[in-house]
Write a protein that binds this ligand. Sequence first.
Ligand code: 5GP
Length: 200
Amino acid sequence: MKETRKGMLLVISGPSGAGKGTLVSRLLDQDPSFRFSVSVTTRRKRDNEIEDVHYHFISEAEYDKLLGEDAFIEHATVHGHRYGTLKSEVYARMEQGQNVLLDIDPQGARAVMEKEPSCVSVFILPPSYHELKVRLHTRNTEREEEISRRLQNARGEIEQMGRYRYLVVNDNLELAFDQLMAIVRAEKQNSVRYFPVVEE
Ligand code: 5GP
């Protein structure tokens, strides 16, 4: 059967420590129809990160220039650093039928949901606030003060979960990943982006 598809814009968000990073990299590993939208950020590169793969690491001045050029679909300050999703990472690919994945914070997710109502938004939840705290501590990448701030932010973000089309609780990684893939499989058949041609 002949068919055409429009690309899916998959927006994955959640509080830090919910485990969205792991789910996102698994999805990208297992489903080659998705391209990761590489954001720009003004924060410093971490040792394990690769330029232009994880982020485009840019200066404050470069960021301001992009803002002036209206290059972003959304942009936000997250934990004291600036991040932005480039239009050039998203729209051309979607028109070619490619699926695009955004891993962005809840402020950014909200902006994209408003601009692109047919996007597929998924919010990743931790099983409990206690577990979130444990995960932020074991990750050991932030100081105590920063952890408290992130936990506080998480409460506000979780209160807004009803804005997303789908919710996934990441208690058990296998189960959470299965649920995420079920969402993706179903949304690939959504009539807003899937156009099979029934021939004579
Ligand atoms: P990290 O600096 O630890 O990689 O990411 C911090 C937070 O910023 C994460 O929640 C991540 O999803 C979010 N983030 C990454 N890129 C973007 C972006 O382009 N826009 C927004 N709004 N958030 C982003």
